[in-house]
Ligand binder design. Structure first.
Ligand code: FES
Length: 116
């Protein structure tokens, strides 16, 4: 698993598509009802965090992937994809992050209880 935060002991794992569709150095956005999750491939390892910046309502998917960090397109705060930490102001609150893995050629994530 990629997320450095505590992990649930089991899934359910949700299929995010073929790993070929998320090559290293790229991101994709998963939308489920009004919740958006950003999935990034960092050197072959998938990471999943909330897509909405914690400062204002900006989609990090529209920002820049910089190694294991994503930079917000609006005011430039960077977040660590490994643990969701806000690294720069003006964002002060960390992103939620989710377990992610590559399994049988598919990218999979777990959406934690309470999120839709
Ligand atoms: S909206 Fe992301 S840093 Fe302001």
């Amino acid at each position: 698993m990629a997320c450095d935060r505590p992990q649930p002991s089991s899934g359910p794992w949700i299929d995010m598509g073929a790993v070929e569709d998320l090559p290293p150095g790229t991101m994709k956005r998963y939308e489920r009802e009004d919740h958006r999750i950003l999935i990034a491939n960092v050197d072959g390892t998938p990471f999943a965090v909330d897509d909405t910046c914690t400062h204002e309502d900006a989609s990090l998917f529209s920002g820049a992937l910089q190694g294991d960090k994503v930079k917000c397109p609006l005011h430039g705060s960077r977040f660590c994809l490994r643990d969701g930490r806000a690294l720069d102001e003006p964002a002060e609150t960390d992103l939620a992050c989710y377990p992610a893995r590559i399994h049988n050629g598919r990218v999979e994530i777990v959406i934690l209880p309470g999120l839709t």
